[in-house]
Every structure is written in structure tokens, then in C-alpha cells.
Design a protein around this ligand. Structure first.
Ligand code: HEM
Length: 413
């Protein structure tokens, strides 16, 4: 069951800094939706979009998932880990200032590159920590997650030479960015979420070991589905065929995982609070919808829709990052007592977050499908989408503030 850890402990403090980055990224995200309704002086869409995605991915999910991986162990992480974490977050703060001021410029590019290097140090420290985890359970999933994190950065190292070669805006430039995003979303985030869940279940004495064929199916499909990013510019049948094989393997992996989860759900239920179950449920449902949506892309006409409609692309990104990864991290924080679901304001904040997520995702996909069907825009679409999106950062700021108050209360004890 839950074991409350003092709000002042390094892990809970590290998590609170990541939660602050999440609230900041969510506020920028909501402002990006407000831009469609009113002009915000001095706020250009693209530079702030880059600030949003970098702060969300590198300031919230990267540290959040690392803390989720190593934060379940009694033994705390070495001081070196927290120093690197602080340096990484400092570099994210530089990106938050650099991108809006200059877009992709010297400050934002230098801080992004340095953050990748600091990230390798953090990944190595967690790799050593998960060394003695069950090699056929959470240990394998955690190591695959860390491998995919490192593999994704190969896309970043490719961008420099591509630009130096005068290939800005070329297919290779575009594939390099997509390589990073693809292996972040379908590799690092996905396997880290599965590893965090599996390690937690192991700690409850529940055997949720994914068998080797299932893990191989997940990993192979993560690699093959990169073909969809290639298909964006090379819509050759062989490329689409590779993606189709990838999504079918993923469907098989998802089915085998579902069978395992159904077998253990009663045991797991006893170890969870209602809010943990709600957040885990939101994450599992988002993962299931993501797998089915990707499977649908094996149908050429659906692939066309997925490749051309920005609403669906953005909806898909947030299904993964908000629905799956962020909800699991919030469930983890509830389990650790860093987010206190006995506090009524915390429950209101979690409700606001989930409602904002469900409504904004539904609106993105419904409006995207209306565009596809040639039925135009629903009345008040941008206003409704902004109102729904604003619920996300509102919930996150309340969560962050309540956890800060908990630390103050702790210090006064
Ligand atoms: C917390 C609430 C969030 C809100 C309100 C939000 C909102 C947005 C908006 C409005 C866009 C631009 C959509 C467009 O171009 O049409 C966007 C793009 C994006 N967001 Fe979020 N987002 C949130 C959380 C996240 C999180 C947690 C992540 C990842 C960790 C994330 C990653 C991205 C990415 C990668 C893009 C696309 C960037 C690009 O095209 O360059 N967002 N988000």
C-alpha cells in the first residue's frame, strides 16, 4: 500500500520541480490555444511551441520518469544523481527563456545539447540502480526504456551535420526530428511507464512479468512503427507495409499484456486507493486507444488522415504524453504520498486535470474528423478547446502548490 515519504526528501522535492515544469508547460500549452482566439502581444506561436514541448518533455517527463524508476527503492539515489538532475532542470529553464526569445538559436540549441549530455549521466546512474531488478520483469523493461532514451538522442546528433550540410528542411532533417520524437514517445515513455507499473506490482508481491515474446513484440513494434514517420514523405507501399507489420505486432503485444493484467487485477486492486485506480485506469485506457489508433493506420485511407490532419497528430501526441505517461506519474506520486489524495483540493485538482485531458482530446479528434469529412468547424471550437485545455494547468498549479504546502507543514513539525 502507500508509504508516505517526507515531502522534504530529495525524491519528492525532485518530483515537485518536475511538477512545476509540467504546470509551466501546461500554461504555455493553454496559451497556445488562446492565441487562436485573441492575439497575445509578443507571443509568437512557433518559438513558444518549442518552449512548450521542450519544457514538457525534458523538464517534466524526463525527470519524472527517472524518479518514477528509481523512487520506489528504500535506498535513496546518490547525491551525484540529484546534482545532475538540478543541472538538467537548470538547462530546461534556459530553454524556457531561450526559445521564446530566439526560437532555435545559440542559447536554446546549446542548452538542449548540454541537457542531452547531462541526461546520459542521469540515465547511467538509473541503469546501475535497476541492475538488481528482476531481469525478466521490471529490470528488462527499465533497461529497454533507458536504451530507447539514448537511441532517441541519435536523432538530435544527426540534426547538426544535416544542417551543416545545408539540408535544412530536407527529408533527412525532418526524419532526424521524427526519430527523436518517435523513440521518446514509443520507446522511452512507453517502456518507462511499463517498468514503473511492473516494479510497483512486484513490490506488492504480484507477479506481472511480461514473458520474453511479449517484450520482444513491444520492442520490435516500437522500431518498425518509425516507418510511419518515413511515410510522411516517402509514401511507398513498402514503407507503409513495414509500419503495418509494426502495428500488428504491437496489437499482439498489447493483447498478451492485457491478458496478464486481467489475471492480476484483483490482487492489484487491494494495493491501490480510488484515485490511484482512476489515474492508472486513465493511463491504461490511453495506452489501449493509442495501440488501436496506430493499428487503424494500417488501413491506407486512415494512414492518409493520420499523416495530414494536425488535430489528430497533436491529439495522438497528448494521448501518449498526458494520458499514458503523465497519469501514471501522478498515480505514482499518489502512491508515494507526494500528492495527497486525502486532501479535498488535491482531488479537485486531479479532477480538473483529467477532465481537461478528456475534453481536449475528444475535441481535437472530433474536430479533426469533421475536417476530414469536409464538415467544417464546429461553432465556438477554439473557445471550447481553450476552456477545456485551461483545466489542465489549473489542476497542475493546485497540485504543485498543495505539495509545496505539505513540505512547509513537514518543516514546521
Ligand atoms: C499539460 C497540458 C498541455 C497542454 C494544454 C498542451 C497544449 C499543446 C498545444 C496547444 C500544442 C500546439 C498544437 C498545435 O500546434 O496545433 C502542443 C503541442 C505539443 N505538445 Fe503539448 N500540451 C500539454 C502537455 C504536453 C505534454 C505533457 C507534452 C510532452 C511531454 C507535450 C508535448 C507536445 C508536443 C511534442 C507538441 C508538438 C510540438 C511541435 O509540433 O513542434 N504537451 N501542446
Amino acid at each position: 500500500m502507500r508509504h508516505d515519504q517526507s515531502a522534504g526528501e530529495p525524491a519528492s522535492r525532485g518530483f515537485r520541480w518536475a511538477l512545476l515544469a509540467f504546470a509551466v508547460a501546461g500554461t504555455i500549452g493553454a496559451a497556445l490555444r488562446l492565441i487562436y482566439i485573441v492575439e497575445i502581444p509578443g507571443m509568437l506561436f512557433r518559438p513558444w511551441l518549442h518552449a512548450h514541448s521542450h519544457v514538457a518533455m525534458l523538464g517534466w517527463l524526463f525527470p519524472g520518469l527517472l524518479i518514477g524508476l528509481c523512487g520506489q527503492e528504500q535506498e535513496g539515489m546518490p547525491r551525484r544523481f540529484w546534482r545532475l538532475m538540478a543541472l538538467s532542470q537548470l538547462l530546461v529553464l534556459v530553454m524556457l527563456i531561450g526559445f521564446p526569445l530566439q526560437g532555435y538559436g545559440a542559447v536554446s540549441i546549446t542548452s538542449s545539447v548540454l541537457q542531452v549530455l547531462v541526461g546520459y549521466g542521469l540515465v547511467r546512474t538509473v541503469w546501475l540502480r535497476v541492475h538488481d531488478w528482476p531481469q525478466h520483469g521490471s529490470g528488462l523493461l527499465a533497461r529497454l526504456a533507458l536504451v530507447f532514451q539514448v537511441v532517441s538522442t541519435l536523432g538530435i546528433w544527426t540534426i547538426g551535420p544535416v544542417l551543416a550540410g545545408g539540408l535544412a528542411g530536407s527529408e533527412l532533417y525532418y526524419w532526424s526530428i521524427q526519430w527523436f520524437l518517435h523513440f521518446q514517445f514509443n520507446g522511452w515513455f512507453w517502456f518507462a511507464v511499463m517498468a514503473i507499473g511492473s516494479r510497483w506490482a512486484e513490490k506488492q508481491g504480484v507477479d506481472v512479468r511480461l514473458d520474453a515474446p511479449t517484450v520482444v513484440l513491444w520492442a520490435t513494434s516500437a522500431a518498425l512503427t518509425f516507418a510511419l514517420a518515413i511515410a510522411w514523405s516517402e509514401r511507398h507501399w513498402t514503407v507503409l507495409a513495414v509500419n503495418s507489420i509494426g502495428v500488428l505486432l504491437q496489437l499482439a503485444a498489447a493483447w498478451r499484456t492485457l491478458v496478464l493484467l486481467r489475471r492480476t487485477r484483483v490482487q492489484l486492486r487491494t494495493s491501490t486507493s480510488p484515485w490511484m485506480r482512476t489515474l492508472i485506469g486513465a493511463a491504461l485506457l490511453s495506452m489501449a486507444i493509442k495501440v488501436m489508433a496506430q493499428a487503424a493506420v494500417a488501413v491506407p485511407s486512415v494512414a492518409d488522415m493520420a499523416l495530414t490532419l494536425r488535430n489528430h497528430v497533436i491529439g495522438f501526441i497528448h494521448l501518449n504524453t498526458l494520458g499514458a505517461a503523465s497519469s501514471i506519474l501522478l498515480a505514482f506520486a499518489v502512491m508515494r504520498g507526494w500528492v495527497n489524495d486525502h486532501d479535498r483540493r488535491v482531488r479537485i485538482a486531479l479532477s480538473s486535470f483529467l477532465l481537461g485531458f478528456i475534453l481536449s482530446e475528444a475535441l481535437l479528434f472530433i474536430q479533426g474528423s469533421l475536417f476530414w469529412a469536409g464538415l467544417g468547424m464546429m461553432p465556438g471550437y477554439y473557445e471550447i478547446l481553450f476552456s477545456a485545455s485551461a483545466l489542465l494547468p489549473i489542476g497542475l498549479w493546485i497540485l504543485w502548490y498543495r505539495s509545496l504546502r505539505a513540505e512547509w507543514a513537514d518543516q514546521r513539525k
